[in-house]
Design a protein around this ligand. Structure first.
Ligand SMILES: [Zn+2]
Length: 456
């Protein structure tokens, strides 16, 4: 697959920035985005819009026209009843599915495409033996950060965000290593890339002390500096400390800082094949102590998948009280958060891409549909009901996990949307293709046309 940038991200776009060509012959074109210069009259009773999506299929099977004004969905009306004035973009969805854009609730954005610098050793150790050696894998992966330079990382970060736009991923919770090895180089690359796409992609940056706080003296001060430079969320990785007492101190420091600076907190917790790890519980308890109810995210939390049921139920009760949300990434390790059990209990769960070609995972296209497709297999979530739950965990519910309410296809919502080639959810997941069109705040920011010429 090839993708070419037609014009820079960040400018007002009336035409898609991406063309993708996966045909054996010829080039994918975006010709069926209508030229609206000669279209119709203004909408009767509805304010002039920036965009009309005609005959889009919603998840409840209704086929409707969606009218977007100033970046907001202002009308959802019967199909073929909305009209558009001059200068308004029109997407002819022709019965295809329209969903909210995708949310990546956990991505190590500074590390993307760094795997070639490291070789396979860290990957083998991190995921091998049921993740018994996950900590050693992290120590090996640290080596790459000795070579961190913001200007060298920036093209990688930009590429991952552009890949996200192509796949409809418009919200990202981006973990960025902040420690005494890499210093603030990764952060500076991520902040520069975020600035380039700020009017298309919402990137929440987590100041993440990947190598610990007590294990890495100086990291705490760097995290505070990262917040001053533009990071949004206080990070943490308490399970990596050498003792439970140190882990607790780590959690206390992060939650106290989050409360003091009015930030959210997002931690990478209990990420090894070790059922005795309890830092998810520590995070929930600290959120209650620091009045951070509903403002915390627990990522990975794989060890919970090994807990005895009574221990797990106790944690779920505490998490509910604390308003703790969870992010799972079952494709990047052999142990996973018990997603279905948490979901059925009403705990907010989202999925994250986690890694893109780094020390921990060799693949990744920043396609949340691909992540959901993999999760469908790894978590045994295959029924029609499961498919809808998977989709929710990369769209509306994932938005909630990031503190974004109302990420839906309804009147009043921001028009962050994907118009897909598929009409059914099962096809959406099966194909896990880039959406036909991606709309950010009412603007068409990507279009992908996949063409195959069969000669049979
Ligand atoms: Zn991760």
């Amino acid at each position: 697959m090839q993708a070419s940038v037609g014009q820079p991200l960040g400018s007002r776009l009336s035409w898609p920035i991406w063309t993708a060509d996966v045909s054996s012959e010829g080039r994918g074109e975006l010709s069926d985005i209508a030229d609206t210069s000669a279209v119709g009259t203004r909408l009767g009773g509805i304010a002039p819009s920036d965009l009309v999506i005609r005959s889009g299929r919603l998840l409840d099977h209704r086929v409707v026209d969606l009218v977007v004004t100033n970046g907001t969905i202002t009308a959802v009306v019967d199909a073929r009843t909305a009209t558009a004035g001059p200068g308004v973009d029109i997407i002819e969805a022709s019965g295809r599915l329209v969903t909210p854009s995708f949310v990546d609730a956990h991505l190590h954005l500074d590390k993307v495409y760094t795997q070639p610098l490291l070789g396979d050793r860290a990957l083998e150790v991190y995921t091998g033996a049921g993740m018994a050696g996950a900590m050693t894998g992290i120590e090996l992966a640290r080596e790459v950060k000795r070579h961190y330079r913001a200007e060298a990382l920036l093209p990688n970060v930009r590429r991952a965000l552009h890949e996200g736009v192509r796949h409809g991923t418009l919200h990202v919770l981006a973990f960025v290593d902040v420690d005494t090895t890499g210093q603030l180089e990764g952060l500076r690359a991520v902040l520069a890339a975020r600035a380039e796409v700020h009017d298309i992609v919402d990137v929440q940056v987590v100041a993440f002390p990947q190598d610990g706080l007590l294990r890495d003296p100086g990291a705490a001060e760097l995290c505070e500096e990262a917040l001053r430079e533009g990071a949004d969320v206080v990070g943490g990785i308490p399970w990596i400390e050498y003792s439970d007492a140190d882990a607790l101190e780590h959690v206390e420091w992060a939650c106290s800082l989050a409360a003091r600076t009015n930030r959210r907190v997002a931690m990478l917790v209990d990420d090894a094949g070790d059922a005795s790890l309890r830092t998810t519980e520590m995070l929930a308890a600290a959120m209650l102590r620091h009045n951070l109810v509903g403002r915390g995210v627990a990522c990975h939390a794989r060890a919970t998948g090994l807990y005895p049921q009574p221990t797990l139920l106790r944690l779920m009760g505490l998490a509910k009280q604390a308003g703790l949300s969870f992010v799972a990434n079952p494709h990047t390790g052999p142990v996973a958060l018990p997603v279905q059990q948490f979901d059925r209990a009403g705990l907010p769960v989202a999925f994250g891409q986690d890694d893109i070609e780094d020390a921990y995972y060799p693949y990744g296209r920043h396609s949340m549909l691909e992540v959901a497709f993999l999760a469908s297999h790894l978590l045994e979530m295959r029924s029609g009901v499961d498919q809808l739950r998977l989709l929710d965990m990369i769209t509306t519910q994932a938005g909630r996990v990031l503190g974004i309410e109302g990420h839906e296809v309804v009147v009043g919502a921001t028009a962050d949307l994907c118009v897909h080639d598929s009409e059914r959810v099962v096809d959406l997941l099966r194909d896990h293709a880039a959406p036909r069109w991606v709309v950010s705040q009412g603007r068409i920011v990507a279009g992908t046309d996949i063409t195959t010429t069969l000669r049979v």
